[in-house]
Design a protein around this ligand. Structure first.
Ligand code: ATP
Ligand code: MG
Length: 431
């Protein structure tokens, strides 16, 4: 009787080898780029106490109200949540370990995050983020540098049609004054508010600006703007960021309704958006901003900070053609053989080639043996190797191997087996 098979959890994807090769390549590009700006990796656990996200991200946000994978630990009753983003955990860890005690830190984290959303193209329940955080930096120069850094990445990945939206959320007092005005405005349009908006009206009216409900757009567009409440310091800060961006030729539009999905932002917030068909309405590939209040909110000392997160699935969908062009071969050499004696010799040849630093796939047969050279050659081609080393009984007796080029001009040579390694090293590594 056949057993029922298991499927992956809804909204969570397997990344199979062909795609994983693109992921690894992208991750390599990202690591090189981060290093060139002085960022170091840090890794916090995937699970955190639910309260960390509730307080850090904000009770009345989509993420905390609807999207968390939370559960009670059966063994001790702890309320835990799979991380929905990196920043809250990174700041929790930074406070716990006094990470910024001796000065500011540039850090990044990369990996899966979890949100219980309706799955569609570019929107999943397990997805991956690269999250970059500049902890302890209070200046507008860092806000601008992060944006410049992202432009470099888009260039490196040959990503076109990406645009920048910018806004400022000011300081807490300015937001408080804006909030009072917003509540009064929304109350005067009570009949237009949907259920979500009514619930958030007093808890977090700013969130209402973020609504995706078409029936509310016009009313929301005419709501009082934060700009009217900004003091001189916030204004000049925002101008400074804009000036720095203009100096280096970065175009942007100011979107006063850009408030970002999480509560902890202040001053500069930004999003990079792709309008093309590839992502449809899931066009935001990167969101970020300043979160100067988060350390204190989570029980730490006042520490200014700014960062961003890139959605890697969306970035891959947009850049896969470029990534594919730059993929490395899976291996350098595929070793083929026929007959018992040759199989033994091939085993040794593979070991010695690997000792020279080459990546080598040895053809391994099934229970019926190695198969014909023809069928082995198909596997060699599929392996993407640059060369095949071919060994039959005649070669073993003569102390030789055949080396066939699988790329470029092709061709085959017969060499003494002792010379094979240096020949291949010369061809592949140029040494
Ligand atoms: P959206 O408005 O698309 O829901 P968000 O504001 O919730 O995005 P952030 O919390 O800023 O997203 O996360 C940073 C990035 O992570 C987003 O810009 C996006 O590229 C990606 N992202 C967010 N949610 C998902 C998801 N469910 N699946 C895939 N990628 C996602
Ligand atoms: Mg979201």
């Amino acid at each position: 009787m056949s057993k029922e098979k298991f499927n992956a959890v809804k909204g969570m994807n397997d990344i199979l080898p062909d795609d994983a090769a693109l992921w690894e390549h992208l991750e390599e590009v990202l690591r090189g780029w981060l290093k060139s700006y002085g960022y170091r990796n840090m890794r916090a656990p995937i699970l955190e106490k639910t309260g960390l996200f509730a307080r850090g991200i904000g009770e009345f946000t989509d993420v905390v109200e609807k999207e968390m994978f939370s559960f009670i630990d059966r063994l001790n009753g702890d309320d835990l949540t799979l991380r929905t983003e990196f920043t809250a955990g990174v700041v929790r860890a930074a406070i716990e370990s006094n990470l910024t005690y001796n000065g500011p830190q540039r850090v990044y984290s990369m990996g899966p995050v979890f949100r219980h959303e309706r799955p569609q193209k570019g929107r999943y329940r397990q997805f991956h983020q690269l999250s970059v955080e500049s902890l302890g930096f209070g200046g507008a120069d860092m806000d601008a540098e992060l944006i410049v850094m992202l432009r470099d990445l888009w260039d490196e990945l040959d990503l076109r049609d990406v645009r920048l939206e910018l806004n400022t959320l000011g300081q807490p007092e300015e937001r408080a004054a804006h909030r009072v005005a917003l509540i009064a405005y929304f109350e005067s349009h009570n009949e237009l508010l949907d259920e979500d908006a009514r619930r958030r009206l007093h808890a977090n009216p700013l969130r209402i600006l973020d609504t995706k409900n078409p029936a509310m757009q016009e009313m929301v567009n005419n709501a009082p703007r934060l700009t009217e409440f900004l003091g001189d310091e916030s204004k000049s800060r925002f101008e400074q960021v804009q000036r720095l961006l203009k100096d280096v030729g970065i175009d942007f539009t100011i979107n006063p309704r850009l408030v970002r999905g999480l509560d902890y932002y202040n001053h500069t917030v930004f999003e990079w958006i792709c309008d093309g068909d590839t992502l449809g309405s899931q066009g935001t590939i990167c969101g970020g901003g300043r979160y100067d209040g988060l350390f204190e909110l989570l029980g730490g000392k006042p520490t200014p900070a700014v960062g961003f997160a890139i959605g890697l699935e969306r970035l891959i969908l947009l850049t896969q053609d470029t990534l594919k062009q730059n993929l490395d071969a899976n291996c350098d050499v595929y070793v083929m053989h026929q007959g018992e004696v040759a199989a033994r010799a091939a085993f040794g040849v593979a070991v010695s080639l690997r000792q020279m630093g080459l990546s080598v796939v040895l053809h391994c047969g099934g229970s019926e043996g190695a198969g014909s050279f023809k069928s082995q050659m198909k596997k060699a081609d599929a392996s993407n190797a640059s060369f095949a080393v071919i060994i039959g009984e005649d070669e073993v007796n003569a102390g030789t191997v055949n080396i066939k080029s699988l790329r470029g001009e092709g061709g085959q040579v017969t060499l003494a087996s002792t010379e094979a390694a240096s020949y291949l090293m010369q061809k592949i590594a140029g040494v």
